[in-house]
Write a protein that binds this ligand. Structure first.
Ligand SMILES: Cc1ncc(COP(=O)(O)O)c(C=O)c1O
Length: 414
């Protein structure tokens, strides 16, 4: 039966991004390699996909903590003590591990307090609208993460005025703020590190402008959490010396290998979020077993052992960088453990991802709309637990890819 629901879905499929996704998936069925199923995870960062074991260079668990027995036993202990679920929104009751994990996060970061959200996406959707009112404005770096822009849309629907400024450009930030006057306060939203390019924002210059223009900084440091800064605290403390006039957001799902996101800063701001952020009031929290695992992960980050894990990760990143540079690729990133190789054409990029997979390495092939048109990249995600042999093997495969790419147009199956 043709129902209004079926009609609208079939109309939506023919429009915009849905149409692009479907067309690419159909035209390049054998190369596409998206929406894959991991059939099993093996030792030494191997993953079974399409019945084949390959080394995984596509994981965000940069420190390898996803395989750490201390996180596994914390999860099991949490399950035995608390069961699977908090049982209610935190507006009513929070299981104790919620508070323990937030205190540990704040103590590790050096902030007065922290609040945990179910994901960074939800942190941005929940915190941004809660931090501004109708007479305030939000100015966002043009290249900020999609979830910031979605949070900004929610704030805009509630009456805040919004604008963007040129990427990493303090002069343009100042110009936009001048144009937006009169306003009460300004939330200035940026990423702490842009994972594709590896660029860091000029936080000091942004903070000077913020202080002079009744603004404050909102920094989504998801890609820096655990992998940049001393003890993996991210970019903010190193750049600004502390968290004054700044709200910092971090990830618990990437380097920490658990689940969720956090917002951290001064105690009054965090308390205000806990009573004013709809995601926290009307949504449920992270289950207690994962909160126990977050505590175990933060203990590792805050310990002397962290430096040795980080040294292994940094050495692996340097080994990949040193190996790919002479191959003639345009190399982006490497500040975080993500190194992107510019391939360009969409089909060539997908073909390259498949080529590496056939050689035994899973690397994400990223094309429009995740990156601009004809700027497709291979995104190599490096791990502290990658073995030197795996890195050497990947570099050999990339050398083969480089040669093959010159004839790629004739070798792509019709
Ligand atoms: C800067 C930034 N913010 C937010 C997110 C989304 O994080 P989550 O998966 O926890 O929603 C990401 C994920 O890649 C990110 O890079």
């Amino acid at each position: 039966m043709t129902t209004p629901l079926r009609q609208i879905v079939s109309l939506l499929r023919k429009k915009g991004l849905s149409q692009i996704f479907e067309r690419i998936a159909l035209e390049h069925a054998s190369l596409h390699m998206k929406g894959l199923t991991a059939e099993a995870f093996g030792p030494e960062r191997t993953v079974k996909i399409e019945g084949r074991w390959v080394t995984n260079f596509g994981s965000d668990s940069f420190l390898g903590l996803d395989q750490d027995p201390r996180l596994w036993s914390a999860l099991k202990r949490g399950l035995e003590e608390w069961g699977t679920h908090n049982g209610t929104s935190r507006a009513f009751v929070s299981a104790q591990p919620n508070f323990t994990a937030e205190e540990k996060l704040a103590s590790w970061l050096g902030t007065e307090a922290a609040v945990i959200y179910p994901s960074v996406t939800l942190a941005n959707h929940g915190a941004i609208p809660a931090l501004v009112g109708r007479s305030d404005v939000i100015v966002t770096d043009r290249f900020a993460h999609n979830s910031i822009f979605e949070g900004v849309k929610l704030a805009s629907a509630r009456g805040a005025r919004t604008a963007t400024f040129a990427h990493n450009d303090p002069d343009d930030l100042a110009r936009v703020l001048t144009e937006m006057e009169p306003y009460r306060h300004a939330l200035i939203a940026v990423d702490g590190v842009y994972s594709m390019s590896g660029q860091l924002p000029p936080l000091r210059a942004f903070q000077d402008i913020a202080l002079a223009r009744r603004g404050f900084l909102y920094v989504d440091d998801a890609h820096a959490t655990g992998v940049l800064g001393s003890q993996g605290r991210g970019t903010v403390r190193d750049a600004l010396g502390g968290y004054e006039n700044t709200v910092v957001v971090g990830s618990l799902s990437k380097a920490l290998s658990c689940l969720g996101g956090f917002v951290a800063g001064d105690g009054e701001t965090m308390w205000m979020l806990s009573i004013h952020s709809n995601v926290l009031i009307f949504g449920g929290p992270i289950p207690p077993p994962y909160l126990e695992a977050i505590c175990a992960a933060v203990d590792i980050l805050d310990s002397e052992e962290y430096q040795s894990i980080r040294s292994r990760l940094d050495a692996n990143v340097q080994a990949v960088l040193a190996g790919v540079r002479p191959l003639g690729f345009v190399v982006q990133g490497g500040v975080t453990p993500i190194i992107s190789l510019l391939i360009g054409d969409e089909t060539d990029t997908l073909w390259s991802g498949r080529f590496l997979f056939e050689q035994g390495y899973y690397v994400q092939s990223v094309i429009f709309p995740a990156v601009p048109h004809h700027e497709g990249v291979l995104r190599i995600q490096i791990n502290a637990n990658h073995r030197p042999e795996s890195i050497a093997g990947l570099l050999d495969a990339l050398r083969g890819l480089r040669q093959a790419l010159s004839s790629v147009r004739t070798s792509i199956p019709a």
